[in-house]
Design a protein. Structure first.
Length: 94
């Protein structure tokens, strides 16, 4: 199944700057991500960085810090696999 991509960008006077399928009536999919991302950028600034801390006690690794959306399950698995390849196997992540 192929999705339909539609957008319209307006300048502050309401004039169309760019548009693709702009007149096509569609249900919004993730427009709030644009609004949320812009609000976060304005609030946090362009130099903001999430800080995630890792600590290790024997074979257990603890993750703490900001709830970064960039550290997903696959990302965490990549870190654990890297530790295992370096000879520092992990038995539990909390």
């Amino acid at each position: 199944m192929k999705g339909i991509f539609a957008y319209t960008f307006l300048d502050r006077h309401g004039n169309v700057i760019a548009s693709q399928n702009g007149q096509m009536p569609l249900m919004p999919a993730s427009n709030m991500k644009i609004v949320t991302g812009y609000a976060a950028y304005k609030k946090l600034g362009k130099s903001f960085a999430f800080k995630t801390n890792f600590s290790r006690e024997e074979r257990n690794v603890s993750v703490s810090g900001d709830p970064t959306p960039l550290l997903s399950g696959p990302g965490l698995n990549h870190i654990v696999e890297g530790l295992a390849r370096s000879g520092r196997a992990v038995s539990e992540v909390s």
